[in-house]
Structure formats: structure tokens, C-alpha cells
Design a protein around this ligand. Structure first.
Ligand SMILES: [Zn+2]
Ligand SMILES: [Zn+2]
Length: 175
């Protein structure tokens, strides 16, 4: 697939997408990403992003993030968390899972993409899948009906493999 990137920054991001990202490298790259865009990862925005990266498979709702923030830092007003999430969404650093009303970190912030998630209905994990073939298929299908895809989220619900092999897929109990 031809990578339709506007500049070399986005290509860099795409090349890095198959790396194994740790929360630490993700935050470092998020900082670079924001700096390139003239945005700033303030301590609160950073905290929210770290929180999402630390247990990346589990999407978190704004309310849960707010509760965690209160536990860790004392009082915190809901708007602060919502504003931080809005910022992270704008920068492409997180995605919103509409069906769960929850957020998850993305490791391809500089590459605009249609996001595709596999959601396990039993354990609640979410996995973002990056498949160029899917992009091609979508573009092709849209093109046939005269439609240009710009952005969007596809959420597919099912059961993770762990569920099928162990009978339950709670990561905490089986790891
Ligand atoms: Zn993504
Ligand atoms: Zn599962």
C-alpha cells in the first residue's frame, strides 16, 4: 500500500508503529509529537496518557480517570480530565471507543487512520488493529459507492483467544 503521508514526520510514525511500545517510550514519543505540532503535554495531560498506556488493553472512561486522579492527587474537577482527553484526542494520541464511552491510547498519532478495534465482550480488553489490507478494502468498498473515507472508528465485538483457551479471559487471573 502506498503510504499517503503529507510529510516525513508521518512516515517516521508509521515506521515506528510495529515497535513494541512501552508506556515510557510512548510518553517520550508523545512529547516529541506534541512539540512538533506546537502543542504541550502538560503534567495533567501526561498523567492521563500515562494512565491509558499503563494498562493499554483496557479502555478507561473519563469518570474512572477522574476517580484515579482524585485518589492520587487529591481533589480534581471533572472538566480538567475532559479537557485533557479532548486535547489527547485532538493530537491523535488517544481514541474514543464510542460503544464503551471509553478511551484508549494509540501508537500511531502522526498517521491519520480509520481506527479498528477488537473488543472482547467477556474481559473488556480492546485491541487496535493495524492492517493495511483492511484500509485498502475499505477504500475500495467506499470508492465503489463514490465515498471518500476521512476518519472513523470500527468496533468489532467478540471474544479474545484467551477466553477460548482458558474458559475465561481475565488477564489478571490468568497471567
Ligand atoms: Zn490509532
Ligand atoms: Zn477476553
Amino acid at each position: 500500500m502506498t503510504v499517503t503521508t503529507a510529510n516525513s514526520i508521518e512516515e517516521t510514525d508509521a515506521l515506528r508503529s510495529d515497535d513494541v511500545w512501552t508506556a515510557e517510550t510512548a510518553i517520550a514519543r508523545a512529547e516529541e509529537h506534541c512539540a512538533r505540532r506546537g502543542a504541550r503535554l502538560t503534567p495533567l495531560r501526561r498523567w492521563v496518557l500515562e494512565r491509558l498506556w499503563n494498562d493499554r488493553e483496557r479502555p478507561k472512561g473519563a469518570y474512572q480517570l477522574l476517580e484515579d486522579l482524585k485518589k492520587e492527587k487529591g481533589n480534581a474537577a471533572p472538566p480538567t480530565v475532559y479537557r485533557a482527553l479532548d486535547f489527547l484526542l485532538e493530537q491523535g494520541l488517544v481514541h474514543k471507543l464510542e460503544s464503551l464511552n471509553a478511551f484508549i491510547a494509540c501508537n500511531r498519532p502522526a498517521t491519520p487512520h480509520v481506527t479498528r478495534f477488537l473488543l472482547c465482550r467477556d474481559c473488556g480488553i480492546a485491541e487496535e488493529i493495524y492492517e493495511d489490507l483492511l484500509d485498502e478494502a475499505l477504500k475500495h468498498a467506499a470508492g465503489r459507492v463514490g465515498f471518500e473515507i476521512q476518519e472513523g472508528t470500527i468496533e468489532v465485538v467478540g471474544r479474545c483467544v484467551r477466553h477460548h483457551t482458558t474458559g475465561h479471559c481475565d488477564r489478571n487471573s490468568s497471567d
